[in-house]
Design a protein around this ligand. Structure first.
Ligand code: GZL
Length: 333
């Protein structure tokens, strides 16, 4: 597939709308022969994807959605790498995709900051970048074509609103398991939750610490919370997996999750929804991981020089215990 230069690609701008330019291929683009990329003819789009890792049930569902959407049958040659939650591994993977001269680079940035240099290198190589799932805090929005993902602030607000509406009429000591330090979902979910409970003097966050979005670290941190506090009323966990790890710690302490300590989480993956239906979690705000189809569509539009939206926010639902029992049989993830 030919590579397109930035100046020759239609660019959607906030004010001027689509800057429609005469689009023409910039000459022979090299076929990506990236490791893992299955080759293909001229009409195959080579994509290098750097994934955060395999830290949670959400991530596994997200990876599956991307790999099932960017298939050879659908016109793609996908190179996929797992960064094991390390930014340096993602930067290295992006640089290798630049060296392979892929048509498009896509990635889910493990943290918000520290991307400008490598994104400048992709821009200098005329390789468009698409962000999925998590955002970057780069000032220069020309460094990427589009962001596809959820509104994490809204997810945190929705969790906080449920707590305020259902439990806010009495003193409520909250402990918080934050996601990965510096990650957009961790920063934004915390901000959203705090804004929703602001002004309710009954609700106090008495401890807050990262569990890095993993079940094992969620359990370890919850063990520490339980040792330090004997008056915990509710756990707010930034994802189901940390909440599930915390349930193990709560039960090991002889307490009943969902009753002695209420639990609110975000994601709505199958294991979380099962715990919700079983009464061990009280409320879950969904974060839809099925971003593969949108990524495939946006990638084809970018390569074709068509206008793409700068930010594509996917729809999220929320579930209480009754809704979880009803939804479980048909959940895709
Ligand atoms: C959210 C995603 C988060 C999930 C976690 O879009 O980045 O990362 O909430 C996952 O489960 O680890």
């Amino acid at each position: 597939m030919k590579n397109w230069t930035y100046t020759q690609r239609a660019v959607a701008t906030g004010t001027a709308g689509l800057l429609a330019l005469t689009l023409s291929a910039c000459g022979g683009g090299s076929e990506a022969s990236g490791d893992g990329a299955s080759g293909g003819g001229d009409d195959v789009i080579s994509v290098g994807f750097s994934q955060v890792g395999a830290e949670s049930g959400w991530r596994a569902a997200n990876t599956k959605s991307i790999q099932e959407s960017l298939t050879e049958e659908n016109g793609f040659a996908l190179s996929f790498s797992d960064a094991q939650q390390k930014q340096e591994n993602q930067i290295q993977a992006i640089r290798s995709y630049i060296a392979q001269d892929v048509d498009v680079i896509a990635f889910s940035p493990v943290v918000e900051s520290g991307w400008d240099a490598v994104l400048e290198e992709a821009k200098a190589a005329d390789i468009p970048v698409i962000l999925t799932d998590r955002a970057v805090d780069s000032e220069d929005e020309t460094l990427y074509e589009s962001f596809i993902g959820s509104d994490f602030v809204a997810e945190g607000e929705r969790a906080g609103e449920w707590v305020a509406e259902n439990l806010g009429d009495q003193e409520l000591n909250v402990v918080e398991l934050q996601g990965t330090t510096g990650a957009a979902p961790a920063i934004d979910r915390k901000a959203g939750f705090e804004s929703a409970i602001e002004g309710n003097e009954n609700i106090e966050i008495i401890a807050s610490q990262t569990g890095n979005f993993t079940r094992s670290e969620g359990r370890q941190v919850m063990e520490g919370f339980l040792q330090a506090h004997d008056d915990i009323d509710l756990l707010f966990a930034h994802n189901d997996d940390m909440g599930l790890g915390a349930i193990e710690a709560i039960e090991a302490a002889g307490l009943t999750p969902g009753e002695d300590i209420k639990i609110v989480t975000i994601d709505a993956v199958k294991d979380g929804m099962q715990a919700l239906a079983d009464g061990k979690i009280n409320y879950i705000v969904e974060c839809n991981p099925l971003l593969g189809p949108d990524l495939a569509e946006i990638t084809k539009k970018v390569v074709a020089g068509e206008e793409v939206e700068k930010r594509i926010v996917v729809e999220d639902q929320a579930f209480d215990q009754a809704a979880a029992a009803e939804a479980l049989p048909t959940r895709e993830y």
